[in-house]
Design a binder for this molecule. Structure first.
Ligand code: OFO
Length: 184
């Protein structure tokens, strides 16, 4: 059973994860538009990761008897200055999401909501990985600077990122996770 404050917080987090998906979908479209198909792939894989984040919250809420209340998703920016601009904005957004997850965890602790604390632990770990991935790519882009050849090499590398999360949630998260074939 979830308390009202936790229901409100999870509904807000569902919206933030959906915005994250929307933001990375927009960055994917922009990357395609400027000819960086590897970057476009990386952001589209990230879109799928964010949809999983939203769907896990959606399912947890329903399993706990809370009312899912979907809110309008804000429009993300459609244009960016450069690959570096996209990743700096991605990192800033992920740091915002980390703070949001930490606030939810603080609430779960204050409310003595043990089930939500265990559930949110997955997101706490996930945010460490998300920020690390963005920081790694920002460091590479700093080395690349204005070297077009090096940028295309990175683009080729990012083209290899595979979607390793489920994309069909019709039978629930667990069944979707079991259906995913692990990357070789
Ligand atoms: Fe990118 O971690 Fe969810 O939002």
């Amino acid at each position: 059973m979830l308390k009202d404050k936790m229901i409100a917080g999870i509904n807000e987090q569902i919206n933030r994860e959906m915005y994250s998906a929307y933001l990375y979908m927009s960055m994917s479209a922009y990357s395609n538009m400027i000819g960086l198909k590897g970057f476009a792939n990386w952001f589209m894989v990230q879109y799928h990761e964010e949809m999983l984040h939203a769907m896990k919250l959606y399912e947890y809420m329903q399993r706990q008897g809370g009312d899912v209340l979907l809110k309008a998703i804000e429009a993300p920016p459609a244009e960016f200055e450069s690959p570096m601009d996209m990743f700096v904005k991605t990192l800033a957004h992920e740091q915002f999401i980390t703070r949001s997850i930490n606030d939810l965890m603080d609430l779960a602790i204050a409310e003595k909501d043990h089930a939500s604390q265990i559930f949110l632990q997955w997101y706490v770990n996930e945010q460490v990985e998300e920020e690390e991935n963005d920081n790694d790519i920002i460091l590479q882009l700093k080395i690349i600077k204005d070297d077009a050849h090096a940028l295309l090499m990175l683009d080729r590398e990012l083209a290899g990122r595979m979607t390793t999360v489920p994309t069909d949630f019709s039978k629930g998260i667990e069944s979707a996770m079991n259906a995913v074939v692990p990357a070789p």
